[in-house]
Design a protein around this ligand. Structure first.
Ligand code: NAP
Length: 400
């Protein structure tokens, strides 16, 4: 059975205050914000409580605070179930409860269910990134208040943090304000692709953070195998901002996208053999690639290693998968990117701060969104679309 904290309803004094505050905030935000705030309806209210004057005037005694929520759970190995009686757990002292508005879908979501990993037990809730509104904060949280618009990136080991549920509870340091330049729906894709790209480059591959870049005398190359992947799109831009020359591998259809994002050269893979791809990369870069990321799989991870420098020190991050039997050249360090470190180690907040600065300054182009309406009912459908792998650079986001 799932290890659950003691169940608690939201009927204590603080929670009533929370509900009142939230309703007031929703009312004050409606129609006034520059961002698109979707209509909020507390589905568990006895009376329909919407964003109108009338609803906020409803006596608090008439409002039935939510105790259970809708969740898409992995009920058994490989099997989802949509539940409307999943408990809303307790918020810890240094934690934040976020009412989900948009959830971003990622390959890891279907992979973990299809191949049965990152599922500590059943039932479990998956989903790694979302944007929404703070519904409740723990007693020690001073950085956020109810009604704030936020995004987060979560760790699979806490079922309360799974994003395929209406209320998500996460540690406060993993909650970030939505930059003024970013829409609510686009903020749902920051938690995985954007943060992974930023941390992979800055923390693991030693790319200088743009504001600290000083030495541009030496030409440095980064190879991104999978330039049009959503993660690749962020990585291309972040590296380019630091003066790194980026070479990507794409289909012909997404070549222009990577060029627009700052790639110095795009190798079009259509109708080319593996040897031709590697030769082209080595020829364009003069065999001087010292950093590489693979975002496709074991075969391309291996090709990426063939394409990098043969003598200079190389830092390589195989983000999709890499065969453990692959012989690693002596000059290459393979980095295991552990995004859980963002949640487990508060010291990594510096990366979200830097990412926030780039976003706030409008320096990053966000991926084109493929927005799906229908909430948790359509998440499985969305994951099937992702599985086909033909999103062509678009990010799948579900409106809750
Ligand atoms: N370790 C981590 O924490 C972490 C974090 C984020 C992502 N990842 C992994 O990184 C991978 C990418 O994730 P994502 O969400 O960014 O991907 P995505 O956006 O779903 O990537 C889809 C794109 O991949 C491109 N692609 C397919 N085959 C390719 C090939 N042979 N060569 C080059 N590009 C190819 C396709 O574009 P074109 O056909 O136009 O080229 C397609 O549009 C996944 O395996 C994911 O699990 C890992």
């Amino acid at each position: 059975m799932t290890e659950t904290r003691p169940r608690r309803t939201l009927t204590n004094r603080n929670s009533w205050k929370t509900i009142r505050t939230l309703l007031r905030r929703i009312k004050s935000q409606s129609g006034t914000s520059e961002k698109s705030h979707p209509e909020v309806v507390w589905t568990t209210c006895k009376e329909s409580s919407t964003t109108t004057e009338t609803s906020t005037a409803v006596s608090i005694a008439e409002i039935q605070a939510p105790q259970v929520q809708k969740a898409l759970v992995v009920a058994r190995k490989g099997e989802y179930e949509l539940r409307d009686d999943f408990p809303i757990p307790v918020v810890g002292d240094d934690e934040v409860m976020i009412r989900s508005y948009y959830v971003g879908l990622n390959p890891i979501d279907w992979k973990s269910v299809d191949y049965n990993f990152c599922l500590p037990e059943f039932p479990w809730v998956t989903g790694r990134e979302m944007s929404g509104v703070v519904a409740q904060v723990g007693s020690a949280v001073t950085t956020f208040k109810e009604g704030d618009s936020v995004w987060t990136s979560t760790y699979y080991k806490d079922v309360r943090a799974g994003c395929f549920q209406e209320y998500v509870i996460v540690p406060s340091h993993t909650v970030l304000p939505i930059p003024s330049t970013v829409s609510f729906e686009a903020a749902a894709c920051l938690g995985v692709a954007a943060l992974t790209a930023a941390m992979t480059l800055w923390k693991w591959l030693g790319v200088p953070i743009p504001s600290t870049t000083t030495d541009d005398s030496e030409e440095q190359w980064l190879l991104i195998w999978g330039g049009s992947t959503v993660t690749g799109q962020f990585a291309t831009q972040i590296a380019s901002l630091s003066g790194i020359k980026v070479i990507t591998v794409n289909s012909a259809e997404t070549k222009a996208l990577s060029e627009k994002l700052g790639a110095s050269h795009v190798v079009v893979r259509d109708e080319k053999t593996d040897e031709e791809l590697v030769d082209e990369i080595r020829q364009v870069t003069g065999g001087r690639i010292t950093r590489a990321i693979d975002l496709v799989g074991t075969k391309t991870a291996s090709l990426a290693l063939d394409a990098v420098s043969k003598d200079a020190p190389v830092a390589f991050a195989p983000l999709a998968m890499m065969s453990s039997s692959h012989v690693i050249p002596e000059n290459v360090i393979v980095h295991t990117v552990e995004m859980k470190q963002f949640v487990l180690d508060k010291g990594n907040v510096c990366y979200t701060e830097e990412l926030g600065k780039l976003l706030e300054a409008g320096k990053l182009i966000l991926p084109e969104l493929h927005l799906v309406e229908g909430g948790l009912d359509v998440v499985q459908e969305g994951l099937e679309m992702l599985k086909k792998g033909n999103m062509k650079g678009k990010k799948l986001v579900v409106r809750m």
